[in-house]
Write a protein that binds this ligand. Structure first.
Ligand code: ADP
Length: 360
């Protein structure tokens, strides 16, 4: 019987390319824990995100490569992920243990920003990522309703004598919302400095650690509070949510410009309420027109990460505290949100490598 060596396996894996980031799996340092026992080979591929959309492709190409080594009879491919911390944040601004802070933003209210933020957060967690959702929409905190969770976060004093809060949890994500601290029936009038102060506490005095992604549901628009937050948050980037009509009124363009002005890169765009599929006939209706978000994304040089149809499931689930991704419905909404989550995670990995290079 041929004696297979670890080197042979590694050499075979050198022929497999990382399809998105380029380079081969070995020189990218993605191959871990190779074990060979007679003809059986077992190894682990370390991805840059557990939500990698090309995971299956990478896995099957790696398996095929290893099977070309003479004597190999059985191949087991395991996956792990190591989400790199965003490298562009000054140390004093970084949130300890949080790899990426991402703003989900829109040009105006009512486009489904909070719905997208919540479904994105839960979908990433379903893929195995460690996720937090900070509902910073001081004007209309909706995470408690969308995720069906409310309560007073527990507080304690940490070893350094700082007051800390324990985030609430639902669907595998950690959640903090302005809505947990205010009376729902009372209108809240926020002034910029007050909102900033509270949101600072939500960033630095909450037990987020450890997180791969902290999704921040931003206040809509480009007003005082949104701008202050865009500037103050240690952001990896911003994800823009728009509807086809908002594209027409250019609200989202203003919001994009706001982030770029404060040097926050744009991760991509999501078009919500993009079209309607009649459940009885299956006919697609482009109620608000078509192509606007794609054209705008192309113009801005950012990807359109997905288009979410208008759907009863999304609306009803949101009102009942059951985000679409948690429902076992036979419609496409959950899968659309999941694909957006994978594209989102992949884009963050690509942006990290483009910026920081291969070394962590
Ligand atoms: P925003 O955060 O932009 O103000 P929300 O996420 O609160 O918007 O959504 C506004 C309303 O629209 C909610 O009732 C929500 O359930 C509904 N909604 C959002 N996206 C969709 C969709 N794709 N299909 C149907 N209803 C939606």
């Amino acid at each position: 019987m041929t004696n297979i060596t670890e080197e042979q396996i590694i050499d075979a894996l050198r022929t497999v390319q990382e399809p998105e980031l380029g380079g081969d799996l070995v020189s990218r340092n993605m191959i871990k824990n190779v074990q060979v026992a007679q003809g059986r080979v077992d190894f682990t591929i370390e991805l840059t995100t557990p939500a990698c959309p090309l995971k299956d492709q990478i896995g099957s190409e790696a398996e095929a490569a290893v099977r070309t080594v003479p004597g190999v009879t059985e191949v087991t491919v395991n996956f792990t992920a190591n989400v790199r911390p965003h490298g562009g944040i000054p140390e004093q601004a970084a949130i300890p243990g949080v790899a990426n802070v991402i703003a989900v933003a829109a040009g105006k209210g009512g486009v489904g920003k909070s719905t997208v933020a919540a479904n994105l957060a839960v979908a990433l967690a379903q893929e195995g990522a460690r996720v937090g959702l900070l509902d910073a929409d001081v004007f209309g905190p909706s995470a408690p309703i969308i995720l069906g969770i409310n309560g007073q976060p527990q507080a304690y004093e940490n070893k350094q004598g700082q007051p800390m809060m324990i985030p609430l949890e639902a669907y595998g994500i950690k959640i903090m919302s302005v809505g947990f601290l205010i009376n729902e029936a009372q209108p809240v009038i926020w002034r910029g400095p007050m909102a900033s102060q509270l949101l600072r506490q939500f960033l630095y005095n909450v037990d987020w650690d450890p997180l791969d992604y902290l999704i921040v549901d931003m206040p809509p628009g480009t007003g005082d509070i949104a701008l202050t937050l865009a500037q103050a948050l240690p952001l990896t980037g911003a994800l823009m949510v728009t509807t086809p009509q908002a594209v027409a009124t250019a609200d989202v363009v203003k919001a994009m410009q706001m982030f770029l002005r404060v040097e926050v890169p744009l991760i991509g765009m999501v078009e919500n309420m993009a079209y309607f599929i009649a459940p009885d006939t299956g006919t697609r209706y482009d109620i608000f027109g078509t192509g606007g978000a794609l054209a705008l994304a192309e113009q801005a040089g950012i990807p359109l990460l997905g288009q979410i149809p208008i759907g009863m499931t999304v609306r009803e689930g949101g009102d009942r505290g059951r985000p679409a991704v948690t429902l076992d419905a036979h419609d496409a909404y959950a899968e659309v949100f999941r694909e957006i989550a994978r594209q989102f995670a992949a884009r963050i990995s690509v942006m990290a490598y483009a910026r920081d290079g291969n070394g962590a």
